[in-house]
Design a protein around this ligand. Structure first.
Ligand SMILES: Nc1ncnc2c1ncn2[C@@H]1O[C@H](COP(=O)(O)OP(=O)(O)OP(=O)(O)O)[C@@H](O)[C@H]1O
Length: 301
């Protein structure tokens, strides 16, 4: 998929501001960004739910025109899956399969997303996570070559997220291209080979997650020691290390900001002073920190 110079406005609001976006076949591509960054708008364009004001978009090798009809082979959802609450999970999939003329094995599809046990329960009583799973099942009915999912992990517990990620990995192994959005960089870290960070309608970063994490920046770390008072004195005298006296500061756990070499020096000095280091870990993952820094920079422009 290839997008060039895509702009989309809603009245005075510029939701997408001339963005380029490339996704290779069989890739799982994550779209991340804060609220209002333009993720849903971009996914909506990929699903042909809306048309860009400017720019060109090519999906599965076909240029997208101005028609509001997704090219064959594209499936997915934005703003939550559209389901019939009064019908059971199985009836929902049967109705959608009939609408789309898809000859899918419904029980098999329900099993793939982990809903076999609730196949005959009405969707009205489903949790958000169960609805998300059923939405994924609905998208799989037509065996898409491009799957577009808006926050598919929303409402899923950790086991559910792992299951859904496993389904997406299997699909990608079979050659399906997957584009999905999330608010959290660390959710996408293990799943996506490429990520694009959107901030206020612009691309702040695109590339492999490892490239983002490798960017050297100062991070906040939680530090637990055998002697917090002595540790505070050592922190104050170590160049390049700052104590964070924010609301998280308490007697036991100190928060320090430093680049890695200064942090190494701090640990050497603490040990030299006879202070045992019991815990030293970033407050947020390096990837999440890089994501937050980039989106803050972009928002400040
Ligand atoms: N149909 C619409 N009418 C008016 N404004 C819209 C419409 N859709 C999106 N917008 C605006 O466009 C901008 C981008 O919205 P979008 O929903 O794409 O962001 P998002 O990254 O998906 O956000 P979220 O994480 O909150 O879902 C926002 O300022 C939003 O208010």
């Amino acid at each position: 998929m290839k997008a060039r110079g895509i702009t989309k406005c809603f009245g005075d609001v510029v939701a997408l501001d001339g963005i380029d976006f490339d996704v290779a076949p069989g890739e799982i591509h994550g779209l991340v960004g804060p609220n209002g960054a333009g993720k849903t708008t971009l996914l909506g364009l990929l699903l042909s739910l809306a048309v860009a004001d400017e720019g060109s978009l090519e999906i599965l090798g076909t240029p997208v025109g101005r028609a509001l009809a997704a090219p064959a082979g594209v499936a997915g959802f934005v703003d939550g899956p559209g389901l019939y609450p009064a019908l059971t999970a199985r009836q929902n999939l049967a109705a959608l399969a009939a609408l789309r003329d898809a000859a899918a094995d419904i029980d098999d599809t329900l099993g793939r997303v982990g809903l076999a046990d609730v196949a005959d329960d009405r969707v009205r009583g489903f949790s958000l996570g169960m609805r998300q799973r059923l939405g994924l099942a609905a998208a799989l009915l037509t065996e898409p070559r491009l799957l577009v999912l808006d926050e598919p992990a929303n409402g899923l517990d950790p086991a559910g997220k792992k299951h859904v990620h496993g389904v997406l990995e299997q699909l990608a192994d079979g050659g399906t291209t997957v584009v999905l959005s999330s608010h959290r960089m660390d959710d996408l870290e293990a799943l996506c080979s490429e990520v694009t960070i959107l901030a206020t309608g612009r691309v702040a970063f695109t590339g492999p997650p490892a490239k983002l994490a490798a960017e050297n920046r100062e991070l906040a770390y939680r530090l637990r020691t055998s002697d917090p008072a002595a540790a505070r004195r050592v922190i104050a005298s170590t160049p390049g290390v700052a104590a964070d006296d924010g609301p998280r500061q308490d007697e036991e756990v100190l928060v320090v900001r430093a680049l890695v070499p200064a942090l190494d020096e701090l640990v050497r000095r603490l040990v030299g002073e006879g202070v045992a280091v019991r815990e030293l870990a970033p407050v947020v993952s390096p990837l999440e920190a890089a994501f937050l820094a980039l989106t803050e920079q972009e928002n400040a422009r």
